[in-house]
Design a protein around this ligand. Structure first.
Ligand code: GLC
Length: 547
């Protein structure tokens, strides 16, 4: 085994404030052993690609020992690597190489629930109702004359009741799949275990954690009913995610957990951080997860959910920046992840979606704060909408008919035939099939091609790092009043002004007076100092102060 404590790269402890983090969906990034599933060795081999792309950190989705019912978000051993993905030795080697290339490593921590194969849950099932073993989870007697009804009306995010009955008649809570029982975080040994798990990975050199379902660990005392669910009114409780209160999410006491974790993170050198996947009723409640005594960041999903209009983007950007100023932590922008339809497809059909996605990338990368990219967005990958039902693997699909598989298709690297270099030479295996149109979208097909989405990302990321107006971690944006349908703002630094203009007007738009275009998502037409932006295009202009 390599040295367990890999030194962090020698940069500032505040690296996360302006970082660009690239989400690697481990099973779909690169497959070194040819079994059709991505792995840690595959990631290690592709680290130079990530360094050249110009990102700062890599977030890896769960690679821990798991029956893979929910693609690894059902963890059976928090301290080991699933053989599907490699070994701890592979993890250490990958981390060492990443650090040598100046890349940070963020791992996914899944504290809300374990796998039903976790030793704790197996022990709980084997023990009697009321036993200490059952205290690790939420076991309860059912309602009804014979306890034949679930203990309350809570609904799984994946559809159906959030309770499953065990042979002795009790029920256990699972806010996701029945194979993901929720832990009882009021039980002290649960807290102690996760503090130790944090240390385990920090000792191995990880630079941060993405906290899965960070708003979920504490449930309201007495487990009160919500009052409706799809069985009673046809309305799903998950509609309230990010919009209303639910007794199983965003309870005040969850913050005690993060106040206990922060000193652990701070006790390690090099700026170890944590980002919350959290849903709260308001931006103000979401902001409570971040700050000097809790977590460093929380994803701003409002940006991802913004519609293609000036008003929508301005509102979410202003709100997010205002909140981040209050809590003194950077905004965290994200357009896509492994749970959501890819933004190329969200923004429109075919070319429209791609044009808008390219423009949205320039918008996001010009904003102050930290940006999270999802693997494949730098290639302009669309959602794969026509995966045959028989091949779909998302557990939510069976319960709701909705599936997240379309954004999880393996990355096309090179070559003429699917899966386009995902595995070693000659391997035809991939756990989800890639469409034939992806031949033209592979890394090899786009590398060095002017105007390709990959080259646009490479250029934008390089400029973002080097440009004095963008490189700073602090500050807001100055909105420019402009023609209707244009979103325009500037940032300044080092005697320069960088202006980002996005054309959301639905027609070509003429702009002038912002200086020289340095990055554009589409071709501009130039007439003297005036530039015409095509529909759905974004551009960065630069002006240097005279003298
Ligand atoms: C998070 C993950 C998602 C997973 C769920 C349950 O939302 O992003 O992929 O299914 O948690 O762990």
């Amino acid at each position: 085994m390599t040295d367990a404590t890999n030194p962090a790269p020698p940069t500032s402890d505040d690296w996360w404030r302006s970082a660009v983090v690239y989400q690697v969906y481990v099973r779909s990034f690169a497959d070194a052993d040819g079994d059709g599933v991505g792995d840690l060795r595959g990631i290690r081999e592709r680290l130079p690609y990530l360094r050249d792309l110009g990102i700062d950190a890599v977030w890896l989705t769960p690679f821990y020992t798991s029956p893979q019912v929910d693609a690894g978000y059902d963890v059976a051993d928090y301290r080991d690597v699933d053989p599907l993905f490699g070994t701890l030795t592979d993890f250490d080697a990958m981390t060492t190489d990443a650090h040598a290339l100046g890349l940070r490593i963020i791992v996914d921590l899944v504290p809300n629930h374990t796998s039903d194969r976790h030793p704790w849950f197996r022990a709980a099932l084997a023990a009697a109702p009321g036993s200490p073993e059952r205290g690790f989870y939420h076991f309860a007697d059912g309602r009804g004359e014979h306890g034949e009804l679930p203990p309350n009306d809570w609904e799984s995010i994946f559809g159906g009741p959030a309770w499953t009955r065990v042979p002795d008649g009790q029920w256990y809570l699972h806010l996701f799949d029945p194979a993901q029982p929720d832990l009882n975080w009021r039980h002290p040994p649960v807290r102690a275990e996760f503090e130790d798990v944090l240390r385990f990975w920090l000792d191995r050199g990880v630079d941060g954690f993405r906290i899965d379902v960070a708003h979920g660990m504490i449930k309201a005392e007495g487990l009160p009913d919500v009052g409706f669910n799809s069985m009673t009114t046809g309305r799903r409780q998950s509609e309230l995610l990010g919009k209303g209160r639910l007794p199983y999410f965003d309870q005040d006491e969850v913050h005690d957990i993060y106040r206990a974790w922060r000193p652990i993170l701070d006790s390690y050198p090099g700026g170890r951080m944590a980002v919350a996947e959290a849903w709260a009723e308001t931006p103000q409640r979401l902001a409570r997860y971040i700050g000097p005594d809790e977590l460093h960041q929380a994803f701003s999903f409002d940006f991802l959910d913004a519609t293609w209009s000036v008003d929508s983007f301005r509102k979410v950007i202003d709100t997010a920046l205002a909140e981040s100023t209050i809590v003194g932590a950077p905004t965290t922008w994200v357009l896509s992840n492994h749970d959501r339809q890819r933004h190329v497809t969200r923004y429109g059909d075919g070319e429209v979606g791609l044009r808008r996605a390219r423009a949205a990338a320039l918008l996001m990368l010009a904003l102050p704060g930290c940006a999270y990219l999802y693997q494949g967005e730098e290639l302009g990958l669309p959602e794969v909408l026509d995966i045959p039902d028989t091949l779909r693997q998302d557990p939510a699909f069976l319960r709701t008919g909705e599936s997240r598989d379309g954004c999880r298709v393996p990355i096309p690297w090179s070559g003429e035939l699917a899966p386009y270099g995902f595995g070693p030479a000659g391997s035809e295996l991939s756990w989800l099939p890639a469409p034939s149109t992806w031949r033209a979208l592979s890394v090899a097909a786009q590398s060095g091609v002017p105007g390709s989405t990959l080259e646009l990302y490479r250029t934008a990321l390089r400029v973002r790092h080097e440009h004095p107006a963008l490189a700073g971690t602090a500050g807001g944006v100055t909105w420019l009043e402009s023609e209707p349908g244009l979103l325009a703002f500037h940032r300044t630094g080092g005697g320069t002004t960088l202006t980002c203009v996005v054309n959301l007007s639905g027609a070509p738009a003429e702009v002038a007076g912002h200086g020289r275009p340095i990055v554009a998502s589409d071709e501009l037409t130039e007439r003297g100092s005036r530039h015409t932006l095509p529909v759905d295009a974004a551009v960065w202009f630069e002006r240097r102060r005279a003298g």
